[in-house]
Design a protein around this ligand. Structure first.
Ligand code: CMC
Length: 388
């Protein structure tokens, strides 16, 4: 006390300088390297956004082609890494498996890795961007007992992911372009969000000079919780639990009850005190996907839409400036694409990997020191160990 600021939850502490992402929470603005998220979601694609986050500028046509090709060349994982999956129970949560296998990548890329070398750091980023869809799809295949599908380098990034998820050696998955675009947009909308809990975790882990793949595994662990990336899974579970529009008031009441730990999942944000701009794009994408599939009357969408309407008029949510966040509609889209609920947070992790590694790279590109928060000690005073 006196020597440092006490700020539980880091509500008002800036821990670093960054040039990657800007958020104005009061106005609902999100910019990556200066570009509004709405424009990137509409006009760009995920790999281009990866390039932008990592390098600071949009690529030229030629740079883009080289970048995409480089990513394609790193999509496979070492055969020995495939063996790790067998150590997990088939019913293990895919996020548990992701923590394990992404952390295990550090064993494959360690001895010759120099994190002070900019090119080495770049290659780490390429490997991670390329291998995350492969590992994510392997988690799913493992859970349903199907053989792993190899990546295909003639597919786009999102198409390749969907194909590894849903193709089998007996039948090729034919990707619907609208669903591929929606998948790519979900990746883009989750790509970065400045110093959130998982990104801060990656920066802090990285600040000790630890292996970057191990740092990303730490980020995956931080993301898993329902207050962060786990919310997309929790939203769908909540909508299914509500089950009928008639039950919405009961759940709203529970969310408002200070004695009840239940929260409206997919609502609220530490930084946004206005609409999360990602949620708006997500809702539009949701309408497009359900329209394409002819399931506009999806009962979960109806419940979500009504829930949003009721919450946005309720003084409790209005006073606290609680609006739908990025996770509110993403689950409905993922479900429509055919992705099981347990994979939702894995998809968030896959998408956010570029944000994590860009921040890790930024940390190591500039003068830095180990992160070491202080504490306010409230424990016992000095006392003597009892004599026998
Ligand atoms: N439902 C009901 N009440 C809420 C909710 C909610 N979803 N979110 C916040 N509140 C209330 C909270 O009870 C508190 O009320 P009071 O002042 O009376 O005590 C007030 O709003 C402020 O909440 P807080 O917990 O101090 O806010 P925070 O900034 O610490 O937490 C949050 C932010 C996102 C963890 C929280 O809003 C939440 O738990 N939301 C639900 C989970 C969720 O959707 N998470 C995804 C976040 S976006 C994706 C990502 O980047 O991870």
């Amino acid at each position: 006390k006196g020597l440092f600021t006490y700020d539980p939850g880091f509500v008002s502490t800036a821990a670093c300088e960054s040039q990657i992402t800007y958020i104005d929470g009061d106005k609902g603005i999100l910019l990556h390297r200066g570009y509004p998220i709405e424009q990137l979601a509409e006009k760009s694609d995920y790999l281009e956004v990866c390039y932008l986050l990592l390098n600071g500028e949009l690529p030229t046509e030629q740079q883009k082609a080289v970048f995409n090709n480089t990513i394609s060349n790193h999509t496979m994982v070492h055969e020995q890494l495939s063996a790790f999956f067998k150590g997990f129970r088939r019913d293990a949560h895919p996020m548990a498996i992701m923590c394990g296998v992404v952390g295990a990548l550090s064993a494959f890329y360690h001895d010759s890795l120099d994190i002070n070398n900019a090119h080495h750091r770049e290659v780490c980023a390429y490997r991670l961007i390329a291998k995350m869809p492969t590992l994510a799809a392997m988690c799913y295949k493992y859970s349903i007992g199907q053989p792993f599908m190899h990546p295909r380098n003639d597919n786009t990034y999102a198409e390749n992911f969907l194909r590894m998820m849903f193709s089998t050696p007996c039948a090729d998955y034919v990707a619907n372009p609208i669903l591929v675009r929606a998948m790519d947009r979900i990746f883009t909308l989750h790509a970065d969000h400045e110093q959130n809990a998982s990104t801060s975790t990656v920066r802090l882990a990285g600040s000790s000079g630890a292996n970057p793949f191990a740092c990303i595994a730490a980020g995956i662990a931080a993301l898993w919780g329902p207050a962060h990336g786990g919310a997309n899974e929790a939203v769908l579970t909540m909508l299914e639990e509500i089950g009928d529009e008639a039950n919405i008031p009961e759940f709203i009441q529970r969310a408002k009850d200070p004695e009840d730990s239940f929260r409206l999942m997919g609502f609220g944000h530490r930084v946004y005190r206005n609409f999360d701009p990602r949620a708006k794009v997500m809702k539009k994408t949701c309408d497009e996907v359900l329209g394409e599939l002819g399931i506009e009357n999806d009962p979960l969408l109806k419940i979500a839409t009504r829930l949003e309407e009721i919450a946005l008029e309720d003084p409790y949510f209005v006073e606290r400036k609680l609006y739908p966040n990025v996770d509110f509609y993403s689950g409905i889209i993922l479900k429509a694409i055919g992705i099981p609920t347990s994979m939702f947070t894995v998809i968030f992790a896959l998408s956010r990997t570029i944000g994590w590694i860009s921040h890790w790279n930024e940390f190591h590109s500039s003068p830095n020191r180990i992160g070491r928060p202080r504490q306010l000690y409230t424990g016992a005073k000095k006392r003597d160990y009892p004599s026998a």
